[in-house]
Design a protein around this ligand. Structure first.
Ligand code: SF4
Length: 68
């Protein structure tokens, strides 16, 4: 699973950073920066899903990563 961030719709609300500061940060303009794009553990995946659901601008989404 991979976290995708669309910075063109991010409004800098910071909910993702509050939800998981290890996975998300904001740049100097407030736009989301994904620090850990591929959650590994169940807890990391759960927080990623929570961040996606809480983002007020729908800037975040999750994509399946094909097995290699
Ligand atoms: S919660 Fe959404 S709008 Fe807010 S900083 Fe994160 S990605 Fe951007």
């Amino acid at each position: 699973m991979r976290i995708l961030a669309n910075t063109s719709v991010c409004i800098g609300a910071g909910q993702c950073v509050f939800t998981d500061p290890e996975a998300f940060d904001q740049d100097d303009s407030g736009f989301v920066v994904v620090l850990r794009p591929e959650p590994k553990t169940a807890a990391e995946t759960a927080r990623a899903k929570e961040a996606v659901n809480l983002c007020p601008s729908r800037a975040l989404s999750l994509a399946e990563v094909p097995a290699s």
